[in-house]
Write a protein that binds this ligand. Sequence first.
Ligand SMILES: [Zn+2]
Length: 420
Amino acid sequence: MMDARRDTGAESGQIVISIHSEPQPTDLGDVRIANRAVVLRHVRLHAPCSRADIAARTGLNKATVSSLVAELIDQRLLRETGLTENRVGRPATMLVLDGEPYAALGLQIGADELVAVAIDLAGNRLLTWRRAFTPGTVSATETLRALAALARRAIGRVAAQGRTVLGLTVGVPGLVDPAGTVPSATALGWQEVPVAADLRAALREPAFTIGVDTVANLAALAEQRHGGHAGTADLVHLTGGLAIGAGIIADGRLLRGGRGFAGEIGHLCLDPAGPPCFCGNRGCLTALVGLPAVVRRLLPDVEVDGPVTDYLPEVQRIVALARQEDPAVLSGLAEIGRHLGRGVAVLVDLLNPEAVVVGDHLATLAPWLLPAARSGLSARAHAPGAGGCRLDASTLDTAAALGGATAALAGVEAGRLPAR
Ligand SMILES: [Zn+2]
């Protein structure tokens, strides 16, 4: 999870979230915040449920639960459904998350698109917008301007539904530091881009928090919450797109490393004599299985009219050729699959995840990539049976933006009351 720590203690007004720290209860106010989080989490996982259920299952006493639930209903984070449990004794009023008054937003910078997703408190999608955009061909300033425009429209849409925005998180294919600056995103040609600060300024210092994270971390969060392996405690999401990156959930939490740069497996060298990578080295995982590499490898004529910027039609061409069983494309996909399997084997040996889920073009091409990748994984991983790891394609659409919206709920889910 992207954990929230509010730096100004108040439960109203503008607050700052550090996405890299844990809440640390230190006084009674913090205990109440932590207890709120416990109640919200219980309802999220077990709704509909009664106050008595919450008390029985969380260990909080009934008076505390009643008081917390009253407050959460008042804040419109919970609502009573009027359903009753069919059991001995007095019928109980059931509680669910109140999806109506709030929205959380996630944005994503993709290889050839910008994406916006909004969800409600219960994780239901309110909107999914994809806008064609080629971030690799324009400046960071232009990309952030387009991103801000998309964010403004999405904020306007949910505001028109009477919803308060709880937070917004942007996924970037590059390194992200705890302040929301991107020190380097080689795939985009970015150096030291203050994404969070620029976006805050472009959106005129909104009352909600703006976070920035890697697309890989956000996609991993989305997988853990909403994907085919939801709830898995040890899970890796391997992004496709311009740069390969791993979002790692270890023991139920995102693994970030000392400065937040963990998971950069894209520049693992698999073949020192391999094709050049935009990072300056050769034979990186990204240079072998990243989207530009795959398109160039499988469609040799693709750059006749200049560099590719719009990848979607090219991936669709590859899919069509694979369906027609074009021998060159099928053998190329198998070779790419073997490289992918070797990269995944490194993750499996290091982390022993229960599942590795591939996204973006790797998911689109999964029917042809994954058989070879699974064989490569089994052959390369040290533990028998790849340590029980399943290698699957993501079933989520726009995973990083969905994960961004999920991350934007972190403050409320940690028990902080929203600023309304
Ligand atoms: Zn590289």
